[in-house]
Design a protein around this ligand. Structure first.
Ligand code: MN
Length: 201
């Protein structure tokens, strides 16, 4: 099996000016594409070649000799998940079920926004901030580089990419402004709710 770059779920201009078309075209068309190309080259003619992306990630996680496969496979997964965590009609409030879980587990929507922003800002260097289900409860986490909830028995609901390539053209060093704009204008609660259903909550 050869992996292909999934198309963005919206036009490249759809998130402007929060995320410019130029950023999306580089981030999706160059960065995400490169992870797909690298992964295909690394697994070609190996026992991993006919496996799903998730199966590959789980098999090579923690194996230092397969770090290149892990990094590229996880980044393919992370980016596809990130594009879906954004929507031009984002922001606002989640639906009742997710909102009540945020109140139960995370201290309410305002506290969620504050803590999610803090996780995203405090990730030193490249990485990701996440809303996940961990042991039946919502949690906010952050991961470095390509790491992801799948390797920690957690179900991802939402993510933000805080690698510099995600925001540098539009925000330069102002990661906090990028994260705030994501929360205010792009966060895709419907996607999180669909993932919550899959997690059986
Ligand atoms: Mn990225």
């Amino acid at each position: 099996m050869t992996f292909t770059l999934p198309p963005l779920p919206y036009e490249s201009t759809a998130l402007d000016p929060v995320i410019s078309a130029r950023t999306l075209e580089f981030h999706h068309g160059k960065h995400h594409q490169t992870y797909v190309t690298n992964l295909n080259n690394l697994i070609k003619d190996t026992e991993l070649a006919d496996q799903s992306l998730e199966a590959i990630i789980q098999q090579v996680a923690g194996d230092a000799s397969k770090a290149g496969v892990f990094n590229n496979a996880a980044q393919v997964w992370n980016h596809t998940f990130f594009w879906n965590s954004l929507t031009p009609k984002g922001g606002g409030k989640p639906g009742g079920k997710l909102l009540s879980l945020i109140e139960r587990d995370l201290g309410g929507l305002e506290k969620f926004a504050e803590d999610f922003k803090q996780a995203a800002i405090s990730q030193f260097g490249s990485g990701w901030a996440w809303l996940v289900v961990d042991n039946g409860k919502l949690a906010i986490t952050k991961t470095a580089n390509a790491d992801l909830p799948l390797t920690k028995q957690q179900t991802a609901l939402l993510t933000i990419d805080v690698w510099e390539h995600a925001y540098y053209l539009d925000y330069q060093n102002r990661r906090a402004d990028f994260v705030q704009a994501f929360l205010d204008k792009l966060i895709n609660w419907e996607f999180a709710e669909a993932n919550l259903d899959q997690a059986g909550l």
